[in-house]
Unconditional design. Structure first.
Length: 383
């Protein structure tokens, strides 16, 4: 009995990191896929157009799960903070920058995303990382900025500045989305965000399709556009936002420090880009910082906002497995995956929902370590 309880506790602790790792794995292909797509399509079409098919798929997911296509009115303003960076900002800025720098170069700079996420989390998510966290993260920032300056011949190039702007934008989207995911579940948040971005993404995509010249369309370019549209813009966020919600924005967000190395591997294997010794050393240093800072403690200063139903929003089906990690105490609540119909959370009239459907696409995501524990982690939030 004690062994089973211990295993349950370990799974509950590991689930946010597993979900975050799935998200990072999906995101690590974004820059190489963007570069491949831009060999045939323009940067605006790739950067903004990716959000349109993702929004259509997101709407289909919401309809299939009998959920509203728009978020509750009390959180509409906060959802716009998510929609602007995630639906348009990061994709457009990164696509513009990757016209002038390689995926490998851009990958190293993405090591700054956890810094932006953690810094904004202090303001928006009420999180307070300990000093050891900031020391480890600061070392990583020094490495990333130094690398960009050396590669730029002693200065930051315009493309680097665009990437830095994209990173700040991503920090806002990740942080606000992670906070909202505590209440509504990560998959709802990204679907709503993409739908809210449609009034901007559709006309911009139409303009780009008419004005930007289309080059020789290859299978690689189409595959790259499909990846950033379906995986980077939608499925990756299903896992990522739920990981941020359960494990904390700062704690799970620093997993992205390992993303540059993964992106370099994909860029070298799929695009044939050269990885210099300086680039490899910078990536290794970033990974080392990730390992050092992994166990730094992150405190939450307060609990998330009020329940959306009690706050006056429309009733949204929120199964017990989607409830906030802050609503569950590790000391006196069962693991999420272990909630039963007899538990108080499952019987709540607000949080009770229909029985979970079949496992989603991420539950069978190939190439993701974790085996059964990964499937259990995904099943616990997918309902």
């Amino acid at each position: 009995m004690r062994a089973k309880r211990s295993a349950s506790v370990e799974l509950r602790k590991a689930s946010p990191l597993l979900l975050g790792a799935i998200g990072v794995l999906c995101f690590s292909m974004t820059f190489p896929a963007t570069t491949a797509a831009e060999r045939a399509f323009g940067p605006v079409l790739v950067g903004v157009g990716r959000a349109v098919p993702a929004a259509v798929l997101g709407a289909g997911v919401l309809l299939a799960r009998r959920q509203p296509l728009l978020p509750p009115r009390p959180i509409l303003a906060r959802m716009l903070i998510v929609a602007a960076p995630v639906g348009i900002g990061f994709g457009l800025l990164s696509a513009l920058a990757l016209r002038h720098v390689s995926s490998v170069h851009g990958a190293v700079l993405t090591g700054l995303i956890p810094a932006a996420t953690a810094g904004i989390a202090v303001l928006r998510a009420g999180e307070r990382p300990r000093a050891s966290y900031w020391v480890a993260l600061g070392l990583g920032l020094v490495v990333v900025v130094s690398f960009a300056v050396v590669q730029g011949g002693g200065t930051l190039r315009p493309a680097d500045l665009i990437l830095l702007a994209a990173i700040v934008v991503a920090g806002f989207g990740y942080t606000e989305g992670g906070v909202l995911a505590r209440e509504y579940g990560g998959w709802r948040i990204i679907c709503w965000a993409l739908i809210l971005a449609l009034p901007a993404s559709v006309p911009v995509t139409a303009w780009a399709a008419v004005t930007e010249p289309v080059g020789h369309v290859t299978a690689a370019a189409v595959a790259g556009l499909a990846w950033v549209s379906v995986i980077s813009m939608l499925l990756g966020f299903f896992a990522w936002y739920q990981g941020l919600a359960r494990g904390g924005v700062a704690r799970v967000g620093r997993l992205q420090l390992a993303q540059p190395a993964l992106t370099m591997v994909w860029a070298a294997l799929l695009l044939g880009e050269h990885v210099s010794w300086l680039t490899g050393a910078a990536a290794a240093a970033v990974i080392a910082v990730t390992a050092v800072g992994r166990n730094a403690r992150v405190d939450r200063a307060g609990s998330p906002g009020p329940d959306p139903v009690s706050a006056g929003g429309p009733a949204v089906d929120r199964p017990a497995a989607d409830r906030s990690a802050a609503d569950r105490s590790a000391a006196d609540r069962p693991a999420v995956a272990g909630l039963t119909a007899s538990s108080p959370a499952a019987a709540s009239p607000v949080t009770a929902g229909p029985a979970a459907g079949p496992p989603g696409p991420l539950a069978a995501c190939p190439g993701v370590p974790g085996g059964a524990s990964t499937a259990a982690a995904v099943a616990s939030w997918e309902a």
